[in-house]
Design a protein around this ligand. Structure first.
Ligand SMILES: [Zn+2]
Length: 325
């Protein structure tokens, strides 16, 4: 479905001029009825009132530099890029899926601004195709092709912003695909690419696959896949902070949680906080013995875990099999 990668019609319907202006921090325009007007950000001219935006028609024009059009034209002019690239940017910034139903401009209350709408990750209507689950990078990280297939993870060589990266599908708790994370396979930055409009604090990676009452909470995608591979149910924060929404998701779905964030200082501080907060709502524990050896490997022993399991982690990557299970 790569020809749907940019869906101009959906982008135009989903994105209002207000959203785009908000994105660029252009807040000082005067308002009269459904018209905004003010200084034009597209040209260097002095006119204070050359840019006009019609909110009902969702269009703009500048009397001075003569640029006019819809949200796509505006972004293309701001970014000096093609309409297609503008569409790609808008889809990313506002996490737009190409067939998601949207509210038209007219139906929105006038006062609605970007910051007022409650954050939500809309399900994507497309899926990336041609993903290589057996790529060398995955092998080097110790991810088996079987795990990669389970998670839908692999190297993507198609077009778009995720080209040349390991793509990691992220689902909401109902199992709807809401985003792809893209991991660089070399030193290029950013290491992880996420759609700009995606709110990772609203999701727990892999939660939709968890059926067990006990789960291990980890930081990253690869930690999660490794723990899964070791035979445990796992979810990842996609970072080291536990959001309110993630706390609720976890407490609603699971009974017991083992907090196993990274062994570094921020990870351990975050783990302590997770333990305190989750401990109020469910059984929460963490490895009773947790230390780093000189060689940099961390041995973790779970006591109090139902199966008295031992996990060994090297550099944060879990490699051992559970025992007694
Ligand atoms: Zn202008």
């Amino acid at each position: 479905m790569q020809n749907n990668w940019v869906d101009f019609k959906t982008v135009r319907a989903a994105v209002t001029m207000e959203m785009v202006l908000g994105h660029y921090g252009i807040n000082g325009l005067g308002k009269k009825g459904d018209e905004l007007s003010g200084r034009c950000p597209l040209h260097e001219g002095k006119g204070k009132n050359t840019l006009h935006v019609n909110l009902t028609k969702n269009v703009f024009n500048c009397f001075s530099c003569k640029v006019r059009g819809n949200v796509l034209d505006f972004v293309a002019a701001m970014e000096k890029c093609s309409l297609r690239d503008a569409g790609l940017k808008l889809q990313e910034w506002f996490a737009i899926s190409s067939a998601a139903p949207t509210v038209s401009t007219k139906e929105k209350p006038e006062s609605r601004g970007v910051e007022e709408s409650p954050p939500v990750n809309k399900p994507l209507s497309f899926q990336l195709a041609g993903i290589d689950h057996e790529h060398e990078y995955l092998k080097a990280r110790g991810i088996t092709p079987e795990t990669a297939r389970t998670f839908g993870v692999g190297y993507f060589k198609g077009k778009g912003s995720m080209n040349g990266r390991i793509v990691i599908p992220i689902h909401n708790e109902r199992g709807e695909l809401v985003a792809y994370a893209g991991r660089a396979i070399d030193d290029s930055e950013p290491r992880y690419k996420l759609p700009a409009g995606f709110h990772k604090s609203l999701e727990l990676f892999n939660l939709h696959r968890v059926t067990e009452p006990e789960v291990i909470l980890v930081e990253g995608f690869f930690d999660c896949m490794k723990v899964h591979q070791a035979g445990f149910a796992a979810v990842a924060l996609m970072g080291c902070s536990l959001s309110e929404a993630q706390e609720q998701l976890l407490a609603a779905k699971c009974e017991r949680v083992i907090v196993m964030l990274d062994g570094d200082e921020p990870g351990q501080e975050a783990a302590a906080e997770c333990l305190t907060r989750l401990g109020r709502r469910m059984w929460a524990g963490w490895p009773s013995w947790f230390r780093k050896t000189g060689s940099g490997c961390t041995h973790i022993l779970f006591i109090g875990w139902r199966h008295s399991s031992i996990l060994r982690a090297f550099g944060g990557r879990v490699i051992a099999q559970p025992t007694g299970k």
